[in-house]
Ligand binder design. Structure first.
Ligand code: NAP
Length: 283
């Protein structure tokens, strides 16, 4: 029997409806949640991401402040804008779209965002909170993957989870979230000699690499939950993930499609983080 699909579009809609209800309650109390979205330069992909984030805010009653700057904006000027947004009580989340132009140090920019407004969860403080199990902003993509996993009803507790990829924004926080949920976690990366040895033992596999067809059917344990974070293009130019979807679907128990799996959840969790930041500031 083919795997059941984990529908990221439907789950997103459900969570966004809840965000909209809670945002309306805050607005009624005179505290509309606000997200500042800062874009520097003209990277085409970044422009699409930013547009989608701004639209998602409008759809859920979250106020967005979109600030777009030319690629030659100085680092000092950007840091000054962030300082102003940190002090703005109507802004509850600050997102600086990555990548930044080469002359700007992304770490310095992330560090300049107030920890109370770090809704991307990229700061060293947010990473430390995740690592030590303290409440805080969780990075949106792995946070969304956890929600997708929860939606299957498969508990991570006592399971063996394999995360492929160890980036600071996806792989590492994903591993920490699964660990916190009670899984035994293996993290694989480009230096892992035989990926299949690990993935074949996994009850849960999260692929976050950026290489199409990296995870093949013979690398998956029957019945496993497979979450595909990858975003690639196939030969026809169509969006695809890291998983050989058609073949793995015949082996896995649950699987996320690409598109329509992890993608919509990333922006949804950004809205959740912003809303929760606004709720905390109103408390
Ligand atoms: P990244 O920073 O490039 O990290 C990729 C990771 O994959 C690295 O840790 C790398 O290992 C590992 N890797 C590379 N080749 C490998 C191989 N053959 N076997 C095992 N591991 C390998 O990418 P990222 O930002 O984490 O993103 C990963 C993918 O997810 C990309 O396709 C990206 O577009 C996508 N993504 C999607 C969303 C979404 O909303 N759907 C959000 C974020 C990212 P090393 O550390 O050893 O180099």
């Amino acid at each position: 029997m083919p795997a059941q699909l984990i529908d990221g579009v439907a789950l997103s809609q459900q969570i966004r409806a809840d965000v909209a209800t809670r945002a309306a309650a805050l607005t009624a109390a005179g505290r509309t949640p606000g997200l500042a979205v800062v874009l520097v330069g003209d990277d085409p992909a970044s422009q699409v991401y930013v547009r989608n984030k701004v639209k998602a805010c409008a759809d859920t009653g979250v106020r967005s402040v979109f600030e777009k700057y030319d690629a030659d904006l100085s680092e000092a000027a950007l840091l000054a804008r962030i300082a102003a947004l940190n002090d703005d009580p109507t802004v509850h989340g600050i997102l600086v779209q990555m990548p930044l132009p080469k002359h700007i140090d992304p770490q310095r920019v992330i560090a300049a965002i107030s920890p109370r407004k770090d809704v991307d969860g990229y700061s060293v403080l947010s990473a430390g909170e995740l690592m030590t199990g303290l409440p805080g902003f969780r990075p949106c993509t792995p946070y969304g993957c956890m929600k997708l996993l929860e939606s299957t009803g498969v508990s991570a507790k006592g399971k063996h989870a394999v995360v492929i990829g160890r980036s600071n924004t996806v792989g590492k926080p994903m591993a920490l979230l699964l660990l916190a949920a009670g899984a035994t976690v293996t993290v694989c990366h480009s230096g892992t000699p035989d990926l299949g040895v690990h993935t074949r033992q996994a009850d849960i596999v999260v692929a976050a690499v950026g290489r199409r067809e990296l995870l093949r059917a013979d690398m998956v344990k029957p019945g496993a939950v497979v979450i595909d974070v990858g975003m690639n293009r196939n030969d026809a130019g169509k969006l695809c993930g890291d998983v050989d979807f058609a073949a793995v679907r015949e082996v896995a128990g649950w699987i996320t499609p690409v598109p329509g799996g992890v993608g919509p959840m990333t922006i949804t969790m950004l809205l959740v983080n912003t809303l929760e930041s606004a709720e905390r500031s109103a408390a």
